[in-house]
Design a protein around this ligand. Structure first.
Ligand SMILES: [Zn+2]
Length: 164
């Protein structure tokens, strides 16, 4: 069976006992979480979240890039969230990633027409969390008094550690 078939089978099973059809769009716990897309991270599980409780914004590295910032602004201004938690993690694939290396790979695979981008690689994990908290804080569209905290998730223990 293909992956796709397995996923659709799992969805049919999920929908058969689904009971959350009346949830409103605004997250019940008024929180937005920015984290990495890494497959080892399951924020709903490691934070004890259920459907309807939080926005989880994910990208490569959990970086506060322009798309993530836009999502946070919509989350706050239209959907009532009033707190942000940034979570990066150990053994992240974005560690040491260089934009030039990505560009080189893409040019080899797709030719010279690929526009250079910033992919958000970093060298220092804790500093990457601090940088993203500061980037969110500095955005003029984010309220000055918004609580924003940063954490590192350890993929070997499942534990979160706050970054000062
Ligand atoms: Zn990652």
């Amino acid at each position: 069976m293909s992956n796709r078939t397995d996923l659709l089978t799992a969805n049919a099973r999920y929908a058969a006992t689904f009971t959350h059809g009346d949830l409103p769009a605004p997250p019940a716990r008024h929180i937005a979480i920015l984290t990495c897309m890494d497959a080892r991270l399951d924020p709903a599980k490691f934070l004890g979240l259920s459907e309807g409780e939080a926005h989880v914004i994910r990208n490569a590295g959990g970086r506060a890039n322009p798309d993530a910032l836009n999502a946070l602004v919509i989350s706050q201004q239209y959907l009532g969230t009033n707190e942000v938690i940034v979570i990066h993690h150990t053994r992240c694939g974005m560690t040491g990633l260089r934009d030039e290396a990505v560009q080189k790979l893409l040019t080899e695979r797709f030719g010279g027409s690929i526009k250079p981008q910033q992919y958000g690689g970093f060298d220092d994990l804790a500093q990457s969390v601090r940088d993203d908290v500061a980037t969110i804080r500095a955005d003029a569209r984010i309220p000055d008094d918004l609580p924003i905290s940063g954490f590192i998730y350890d993929v070997e223990t499942g534990r979160l550690t706050e970054v000062d």
